[in-house]
Design a protein around this ligand. Structure first.
Ligand code: BGC
Length: 735
């Protein structure tokens, strides 16, 4: 449709029809849930609201979507199609590693391919929009949703947000296999106080703009069709009713002209926040802030018509929102093809096809981070292995946000080992249940595993210890339950369940060749694991092909190459901890722990256990001192920083060489280091290569005291290395 035709359509719509477009309701409402009682009535939805809604959340599958769309359009006066939306986070049916794991690959282009394939599967299943990517910056491992982020660095997150948006959307939303992306959660949702989900966010405007906004903005610049509001407050005002945030920063400054959707019931939650006295005020404030679509609160459906009729909300605000929604439907081609790509035959052909599974396996392999290795990995072929731990037979490898992934499509570690390896004399045992007997996953009780009796627990553990004794080597498959991370899964303790630690302790007491494979949705305090085990391989929640990918890496067919996108804290008391911290007036000098009046802890080190950017592989690398091609740089110059990287170990390996810059003195204090570039290089034993990074004035910009992104003259330090621990900087003077 042309813009003019859309405008004509808008003008022809009644007020009720227009407001209808601004509501998103659960797909189940279209599939027979009753209106008079039950969830719809509680939410304030009437059958009329359902018949006029602009979008459905949570229905997928070509047949279901077509059925709903057809029935809906037949009743609609203007035959305007519904938008079908769902959280397709790390894949649809073929599930990729969780986003935090994808961040560890330091390969945004790979995530673009994953997003593309997720979009293809989602599109043939009838979906038009995914609520992804989550561009929230995260620094606090207690917050369960860190698993849905790509980590603690604004630059890395920006690259990923861009890549994922491009992957989902392709060149044109009308194309086959394209779905619209939604950047979330605008803004600052990743910084809840004390790591508790939905909690208050307290960020200075400088911190918000300098660190938190860039990744959202990158997603917007990449053309994301939607943005979602955040549950939290920003400067004391809930994001969903925050005019300055939405109108000034998102729309005017960032130039976003797509659809702004609230998070689930977030408009109504402004009452609980104490920002709105009633639903009427909530509707008024959200629409004034420019929220186009109300996800599942029913506030717009209930309130807006009267507000417009009473002159309290100008109809132009409604028209503006509806035009954006119609424009999105048009961009997706829904007026001409309301089912878009939904196709039962294609579902059979595309979903979980070999190509998608192969990509899921590649992405999983690249997401693994080797944190420690004293020669146990890769597993030498001549020793018998005992695979022990609750993840031996688990199919729950997809992470908490895998709403459509099915465990039946996931191979277990035991299956993958037997499928791929010659040494079928390997022994397998669970050793203990996944979680402690007294662990309550609040809100998840209905789906808790069956409780194992104390005797059975003892028997399992004894059996595992015997297996460990009988084999020369143990691979332990341990970690958090998938329900321990994700939304509403904050945790004050960030260790593996006690029962698993006990199992590890007992196994390590009888075997000195123990490799731990750690499954997790967040950085954990793994001091005791790292102390006891000879190797630790972090597997995150690796997805459908995760187990096969693990066998690829354990066996040495592929070497691990992942790098931490988020620091692994020393302990929970250290969080939030991130590499790009500010210097203080009393910096701690490592080694001078007795120096009292310094910024440090009495009982733990300042440094995380494993820092951002860290990750080993099966060989070693030496990086030369940094070389700069000049020591002065003018505004238009391109300075080249380079190093020589040499593979000094016994095997081929891939290293991620990272460039960090530090502005020595500036009008606003600058982080001790900031990632400004990276480059993955694969070298044979003995091979070396020069790696060059161009540095321009752009890399030196920051939010100055003038509130502008600009550079300031002065000295800069350049670090290049294999993690954020890179030291021995080279210096240059700019300006
Ligand atoms: C989450 C969003 C999600 C939405 C819809 C909310 O609870 O915060 O990230 O997209 O639900 O499922």
């Amino acid at each position: 449709m042309t813009k003019e035709a859309l405008q004509e359509l808008l003008e022809d719509m009644s007020l009720e029809e227009k407001i209808g477009q601004m509501n998103q309701v659960a797909g189940s409402f279209f599939l027979g849930a009753s209106v008079a009682t039950g969830p719809m009535a509680e939410k304030g939805f009437t059958q009329e609201n359902i018949d006029r809604a602009g979008s459905a959340i949570g229905v997928s599958g070509a047949a279901a979507v077509k059925k709903v769309q057809k029935a809906y359009m037949e009743k609609h006066p203007h035959r305007i199609p519904l938008l079908f939306m769902l959280d397709v986070i790390n894949g649809y049916k073929t599930v990729f590693p969780i986003p935090l794991g994808q961040g560890a690959a330091f390969e945004p282009e790979l995530s673009m391919r994953c997003a593309r394939m997720a979009a293809r599967e989602a599109a043939v299943s009838g979906l038009h929009v995914t609520f992804s990517p989550m561009a929230d910056l995260v620094r606090d491992a207690r917050w369960g949703r860190v698993m849905e982020s790509t980590g603690e660095d604004p630059y890395l997150n920006s690259l990923y947000a861009t890549a994922m948006v491009r992957g989902y959307q392709g060149n044109d939303l009308r194309d086959r296999g394209s779905i619209a992306a939604c950047i979330k959660h605008f803004a600052g949702y990743g910084a809840p106080d004390a790591g508790r989900d939905y909690n208050t966010v307290e960020l200075s405007e400088h911190t918000l703009r300098q660190f938190y906004l860039p990744a959202y903005e990158a997603g917007v610049q990449a053309g994301a069709a939607l943005v979602m509001t955040a549950f939290n407050t920003v400067e004391g005002i809930p994001a969903t009713g925050n005019r300055r945030l939405m109108r000034q920063i998102l729309r005017d400054e960032m130039g976003f002209d797509g659809v702004l959707i609230s998070d689930w019931a977030a408009i109504e939650e402004m009452l609980c926040h104490g920002y709105c006295a009633d639903r009427t005020q909530a509707a008024r404030r959200a629409v004034a802030a420019g929220v186009d679509m109300d996800m599942m609160a029913g506030v717009y459906a209930e309130q807006l018509a009267a507000l417009v009729q009473g002159g309290e909300v100008p109809e132009t605000l409604i028209d503006e929102a509806v035009m954006r929604i119609l424009t999105l439907k048009n961009a997706l081609g829904l007026f001409e093809a309301p089912f878009k790509d939904a196709d039962e035959e294609k579902e059979k052909e595309i979903i979980l096809c070999e190509e998608h599974r192969a990509l899921a396996r590649e992405a999983a392999r690249k997401s693994f981070v080797l944190l420690k290795n004293e020669g146990v990995l890769p597993l030498a072929p001549d020793t018998k292995t005992a695979y022990i731990g609750p993840y031996v037979d688990s199919r729950n490898l997809m992470g908490a946000w895998s709403l459509t992934g099915e465990t039946k499509d996931v191979a277990t570690l035991r299956e993958a080992v037997l499928e791929q390896r010659a040494d079928t004399d390997a022994v397998f045992c669970c050793g203990c249940p996944m979680t402690d007997r007294d662990m309550k996953l609040e809100g998840f009780l209905e789906c808790m595993d069956e409780m194992v009796s104390a005797e059975e627990q003892q028997r399992m553990m004894d059996e595992a210890v015997e297996a460990a004794k009988a084999c020369g080597r143990v691979v332990m498959l341990l970690g958090e339950d998938r329900r321990q991370s994700g939304e509403a899964a904050s945790s004050a303790g960030i260790q593996i369940p006690g029962i698993q630690q006990e199992l590890l302790d007992r196994v390590c007491a009888v075997c000195d060749q123990v490799a731990v494979v750690l499954f997790s949705g967040r950085p954990l305090d793994i001091r005791r694991i790292a102390e006891k085990a000879q190797a630790v391989l972090l597997a995150w929640m690796p997805g459908t092909e995760g187990a096969r990918a693990l066998v690829d890496v354990l066996s040495g067919r592929y070497a691990p190459s992942g790098k931490l996108p988020m620091s692994f804290p020393y302990c929970a008391g250290q969080v939030p901890v991130h590499y790009n911290e500010y210097p203080t007036g009393r910096p701690h000098v490592p080694g001078k722990d007795k120096d009292r009046f310094r910024s440090k802890y009495l009982d733990i080190p300042n440094a995380p256990l494993y820092p951002f950017g860290f990750g080993l592989t099966y060989t070693s690398f030496r990086v030369s001192p940094v070389r700069l091609d000049r020591d002065h740089m003018a505004k238009d110059d391109v300075l080249t920083a380079s190093v020589t990287v040499r593979n000094t170990g016994p095997a081929e390996g891939t290293e991620t060489i990272q460039l960090y810059i530090h502005d020595v003195a500036a009008s606003v204090v600058r982080p001790i280091k900031e990632l400004k570039g990276f480059c993955k290089v694969t070298l044979q034993p003995g091979e070396q290569k020069d790696i060059c990074f161009p540095i321009t004035e752009r890399e030196l910009r920051f939010l100055t005291e003038n509130g502008r992104w600009e550079s300031e003259p002065g000295a800069f330090e350049v670090f290049i290395g294999t993690s954020s621990l890179a030291d021995m900087p080279a210096r240059f003077v700019y300006g």
